[in-house]
Design a protein around this ligand. Sequence first.
Ligand code: UD1
Length: 416
Amino acid sequence: MDTFYIKGGNTLNGSVFIPSAKNALLPILAGSIMCDGKVYIKNCSKFSDVKYMIKILEELGAKTNYEQNDLVIDSSKAKKFYVPEEYTKKVRSSIFMLGPLITRFGFAKVAYPGGCNIGTRPIDLHIKGLKALNVKIEEKHGYIYCDARNITAGEVHLDFPSVGATENIIMASVLTKGITRIYNAAKEPEIEDLQNFINAMGGKVKGAGTSTIEIEGVKKLHDVYYAPMSDRIISGTYLIACAATGGKIELTNAISEHNTALISKLKQSGCKVSVKSDKIILEASHKLKSIPKIETLPYPGFPTDLQSQMLTLQTISKGTSVIIENLFETRFKIYTELTKMGANIIIKDRMALIHGVKNLFGASVTAPDLRSGAGLVIAGLCADGYTIINDIYHIDRGYLKIEEDLQKLGAEIKRE
Ligand code: UD1
């Protein structure tokens, strides 16, 4: 298993390109099965989660191939609506297959999903939403069986604005006659991207980005060439990394509007941040101030996917910070690893109290999950001495060769 070796202490300087977003690509890949023609995805980043989703599409009978960086998916011959456990345990987003399979075939059999170990991550809202559209669902022997022969457009009210449930219900409705409305929908930018993708294939979805989404069923979707949005979590991770090490970086192909919650906190802590069209420039020249309170919330609140990285930054900032994690129950696993590096953190339930220390020091640590892994990379970049990070396969789920980007920016990091 690969490991990162990092020699801390270098500032980050230079420019880095932000690739297409994992969390946009995963539902888009699942949604490609709704089209019985060809889907071209421009610059389809090869995250390991993306590679697993491509394997699922192939298992269902789709043909896929990369033409340079663009992925071509031809689902015209896809016939299967059964996703076995050996695929779903690798990638939690396999749950996104429910909606597209239902709308295309009228049936779906999908094993319960695996994925990042950050909490219980139930799927009750997906199931409740689909049942509200008259889909018959049975959960037995570790599988979800859907019979959607009598699916009817209707109204779904989500008890919580779940990103995945919103995306699944949108996709289940794309080829369903009539108008479906989702109330209390999630507003994440990736949902708007999914809407744009579906509409580019001839679907009729509107309202994504607001809490009410309307889907008018169409008979068929057509071929499409689509360029997904750039990854706001990778952007955020690199901004926080530069804030932690000091230096000046420029992100290109970045969408600053998707990171307003983070940018306002980074400015509050003393960083200079400016935006020029698709560029975000961050400069950090001195020790930063702690942010007294950070609370993760659904978009446009502070993203849970940047919580571990921001927690790492607080460990070396001047003052005391409280972080409240509202989305996932066990998302403070980075705490034990950062403590090995000299951080001063107290965890109580979903709250972390962080007293900034002068320096972290290098240690051998293990990435507990994807975003904690990214947090540990940041810790290693600014720690005194050498840091070894084990289990970096978690990081590869959502970052594209993070070490190459960081080397370009001046970090001493290598994969072995
Ligand atoms: C998506 C993102 C993930 C991000 C999360 C929150 C993708 C591929 N993943 O995950 O990176 O951290 O949004 O921004 O886009 N919940 C239920 N029942 C359900 C579904 C969700 O109780 O049926 C709860 C979850 O346990 C969690 C909260 O709702 O507490 C938010 O989950 P959700 O928005 O669904 O996250 P995901 O779509 O899984």
